[in-house]
Ligand binder design. Structure first.
Ligand code: FPP
Length: 260
């Protein structure tokens, strides 16, 4: 376990856009699918590294609502890869104390994929060391809309709809808001990932292509996080935006999930 002085510098929740698989493969004159396969291997290693660093929640963007626009061959390759990855890695992840959760619209994916994802959730439900949320057929805007619909279906009236109520209906309502949002692959955008939840996340963008991302890269991102002063709209510890570790005393944003 991290000591109380270092615990404040370790994000509780890390969100990752795993970008760059295609370019990683192209650099090696290989098909994009090879890059996605290497991406799965990187993910498994990063899950282990995150657990070893006492990160409680890791949320990764595996397949976005927009990824259906890719060539059919790539989409079906990703679906097959998902099934293979689950059958190959689930036993070890379970033994390592990882709880798998899925965020996304599973109504419109094939029953085979849906069953595999739901099965992984059920199989690891007893675990609590690290919650790995796989965002699959997920989009941040979809999430806000589905949360509004769920609240309305529950009978919440317009004047009763608050940020806390909406947060309770978001796809990852069980997790604190992400403290650290990492995007690999050199692009500097959120791409519709965890838009609501990342309001106060520290953003770290790296040129590292996802298959090359490893424990050292994770440590670099955590070090960048630890240097940030988190103010959450306030003036900060010094009152002058001190920077560096000035925000360490209050490292995490007020999160609605803590109220429940
Ligand atoms: C972005 O790289 C990556 C994805 C769209 C998929 C990420 C998936 C994994 C790491 C594998 C685990 C998930 C599944 C579904 C098995 P890109 O293809 O956009 O790369 P590029 O920007 O270099 O083209």
């Amino acid at each position: 376990m991290a000591s109380s002085s270092t615990a404040a510098l370790v994000p509780r929740h890390v969100a990752i856009v795993m970008d760059g698989n295609g370019r990683w493969a192209r650099k090696r004159l290989m098909p994009r699918g090879v890059g996605h396969k290497a991406g799965v291997d990187a993910l498994v290693k990063v899950v282990q590294a995150a657990a070893a660093r006492d990160i409680g929640y890791l949320t990764v963007f595996a397949f976005s609502s927009e990824n259906w626009k890719r060539p059919e061959e790539e989409v079906s390759g990703l679906m097959s890869l998902l099934l293979v990855a689950l059958s190959k890695h689930l036993v070890k992840l379970k033994a390592d104390g990882v709880r798998i959760r899925i965020a996304g619209d599973l109504e419109s994916v094939s029953p085979r994929i849906r069953d595999a994802l739901r099965g992984a959730e059920a199989d690891t439900v007893e675990n609590s060391r690290l919650v790995l949320t796989v965002a699959f057929n997920y989009g941040g805007r979809w999430d806000v809309v589905q949360a509004c619909r769920a609240a309305m279906a529950e009978g919440v009236r317009p004047e009763e709809l608050t940020e806390a109520v909406l947060s309770r209906h978001m796809a990852i309502s069980y997790a604190p808001d992400p403290d650290l949002f990492i995007r690999t692959g050199g692009e500097v955008r959120l791409s519709n990932f965890l838009l609501w939840q990342s309001a106060y996340a520290e953003l770290v963008f790296t040129d590292c292509l996802w298959p090359d991302f490893d424990a050292d890269e994770l440590d670099k991102a955590i070090a960048a996080f630890a240097r940030r002063e988190r103010r959450f709209g306030d003036v900060g510890a010094s009152g002058q935006g001190e920077g560096a570790l000035g925000g360490a005393a209050e490292p995490h944003p007020p999160s609605f999930s803590e109220e429940r």
